[in-house]
Design a binder for this molecule. Sequence first.
Ligand code: RB5
Length: 154
Amino acid sequence: MTFRIVVGADSAGFEYKEALKRHLEEDERVGQVVDVGVTSDEDTDYPHIAVAAARMVAAGEADRALLVCGTGLGVAIAANKVLGVRAVTAHDAYSVERSVLSNNAQVLTFGARVIGLEVARKLTSEWLGHVFDEESRSAEKVAAIGQYEEPDAP
Ligand code: RB5
């Protein structure tokens, strides 16, 4: 199985996103990379990019999303507005690992103004090595998050 990954960034993260896209494309664990922007001559604000990517994940068109803005925070907040999506900003190896193994987060976000690109490349590679275990004790907790998305949630 290979990952279908959607990438996106606002203009603050454009170059960084391009570099991480190339990094993903060179990884044999990745079967497809879809880029929802921005392009070099585009200036779309981060909420629109993040929601476009998150909707692809929610629709099953992508397995994961890697999003970049200045801090990584705005794209995470926006992506989390899409039902079923769990997006986190993680800039260290332990958080990246736990975002998958504890939280089954499908969306990882980086701040281009926060961590260096080489660190982001390394974390991206590690991220691809983590897969959520549906049989783990974390599955029940992740399911509980989903229950709060129901319209009649207490
Ligand atoms: C853009 O100026 C900046 O606000 C954005 O990239 C991001 O950091 C927002 O969370």
